[in-house]
Design a binder for this molecule. Sequence first.
Ligand code: ADP
Ligand code: MG
Length: 249
Amino acid sequence: MDYNNPNFVLMVEDLTVSFDGFKAVNGLSFYVEPNECRVMIGPNGAGKTTVLDLICGRTKATSGSVSFKGKELLTMREDQIVLAGVGRKFQTPSVYEDLSVFENLELSFPRGHGVFGSLFFRRDAEVKERIAEIAETIFLADLLDEKAAFLSHGQKQWLEIGMLLIQDPELLMLDEPVAGMSVAERKKTAELLNRIIDHRSVIVIEHDMGFVEDIATRVTVLHQGKTLSEGSMERVKNDPKVIEVYLGH
Ligand code: ADP
Ligand code: MG
């Protein structure tokens, strides 16, 4: 990879966070290209979730740099990072159970941020069209009026992905999106991710190696807060270091 490529969407350099002296992320560097699906794998406790927490501003880094389209994120607040175009999905789905699929998506539609933003928000046709488009993408077009509470676990995960997609992030980060999903739902999720990287980059944390194989442009193997191995799935899964600390188990 050409690390001087100015076209990286995300450049993470020497990222470190220390919790009472324990470095959960320790001098980590990696670079994400446009339209890339980067998958992060590694043993439990490797620091994967913490990396996403640092990028989205939920956890403050001790040192290093996270540059998104040339903007330093480490000095920005969580809400500013969202506005800059970074969406983050947590492990457990957090949809509004009492609201319909449509209403969940509607609530997530980005509103104007100027003084008049709220006045101009009632662009009903535009909002409806966008919601219909997203619902199609997340396989919920026929369930727009269904209460979220009645969706399967997998469908709730898709809805939450839709609630992020409607904000059109340039970088979308997903923490174990297929955990608890059926085999069929995993296949559809892979299809969904392959479709959405046409317009953005994605970072996914995942354990299911079959799923990783279906979606990854490149894989970063994290171990003790550092990169153990990085490259194509083919390269990483044949790396003796990776087999020793992760895949061999
Ligand atoms: P992974 O997602 O790879 O399983 P995590 O990023 O959740 O790993 O955790 C990495 C390590 O950092 C673990 O040992 C965890 O206990 C520790 N850790 C994570 N967040 C905190 C925190 N806020 N305070 C202290 N330790 C933390
Ligand atoms: Mg985790």
